[in-house]
Design a protein around this ligand. Structure first.
Ligand SMILES: C[S@@+](CC[C@H](N)C(=O)[O-])C[C@H]1O[C@@H](n2cnc3c(N)ncnc32)[C@H](O)[C@@H]1O
Length: 247
């Protein structure tokens, strides 16, 4: 494995853009049903990356401010979405206007942030009835064992215990607790979206290359495992969502 490093996404931006699966349609539908994606509303996208959430927020008619520390990623966002206000720094350092946003989104990004710094800033940046939306992809549903997942477990088993993918990835209660511990936000809605995707060996290689804790050798082993299992696999993934209101 490699030590997780947020600059990983900057280095692999092209692969990330083509290989990371989109967030499930059910998640967007639910956010719409909850009245959180209003045309003309103002969204703050924290750790926007290549714009997977940014693009959809724009498509919903929202005005988007995107915070992204990777300089190449920030430049790419600005070029791809000229209507977005791009803030090219970390969420910890970003100067944000007060009471300006209806929603703040952290899509597969909040685990990179220092919550003690970022949550007070986001609290101040949201309007009084604004919401913080936190979701992430969890790559591998432990409830659906597959031959490929056994091979993935064999690959990651060689890592030290602390660095293996594990329960923390899907510990939505743990995330909720750490976000509520600030005393600034309260979870008002949660849901876990389950979905699957069929991937060939090259798609697995590209997707796993985007994982910041996977080494190139481990990625090659995963690609080889797909070839040995017939050239494609069906992966079962989770996307837990938390909607938090300001306290
Ligand atoms: C896994 S990517 C998610 C990107 C995008 N939100 C998506 O859903 O595809 C994590 C992103 O968080 C960014 N990031 C890392 N540390 C950050 C920080 N302290 N503040 C803001 N963004 C950060 C990385 O540069 C990267 O673009």
């Amino acid at each position: 494995m490699t030590t997780p490093d947020p600059a990983h996404f900057e280095r692999h931006a092209d692969i990330y853009e083509r290989a990371r699966p989109a967030y499930p349609e059910e998640l967007w539908r639910r956010l719409g049903d909850l009245g959180l994606l209003t045309a003309g509303g103002r969204a703050l996208d924290l750790g926007a990356g290549t714009g997977q959430a940014t693009g959809r927020l724009l498509a919903e008619g929202m005005h988007v401010t995107a915070v992204e520390p990777g300089p190449g990623l920030a430049a790419r966002l600005a070029e791809r979405f000229p209507q977005v206000t791009v803030v090219p720094t970390t969420a910890e350092r970003a100067a944000l206007p007060e009471a300006q946003f209806d929603v703040a989104v952290a899509a597969t990004s909040i685990h990179w942030m220092d919550l003690s710094v970022v949550l007070p800033k986001v609290h101040d940046a949201l309007s009084s009835d604004g919401r913080l939306l936190v979701w992430r992809h969890v790559f591998g549903d432990p409830c659906v064992p597959t031959d490929f997942r056994l091979r993935v477990a064999e690959i990651t088993h060689q890592r030290s215990h602390a660095m293996r993918p594990g329960p923390a990835d899907i510990d939505t209660d743990g995330w909720a607790d750490s976000l509520e511990a600030s005393g600034l936000f309260r979870v008002e809605y949660r849901e876990v979206f389950r979905w699957s995707i069929r991937l060939n060996a090259v798609e697995v290689r590209d997707l796993f290359t985007t994982f910041s804790d996977w080494s190139p050798v481990e990625v090659s082993e995963a690609e080889q495992a797909v070839r040995e299992l017939g050239g494609h696999v069906v992966e079962h993934y989770l996307t837990p969502l938390l909607v938090l209101s300001r306290v």
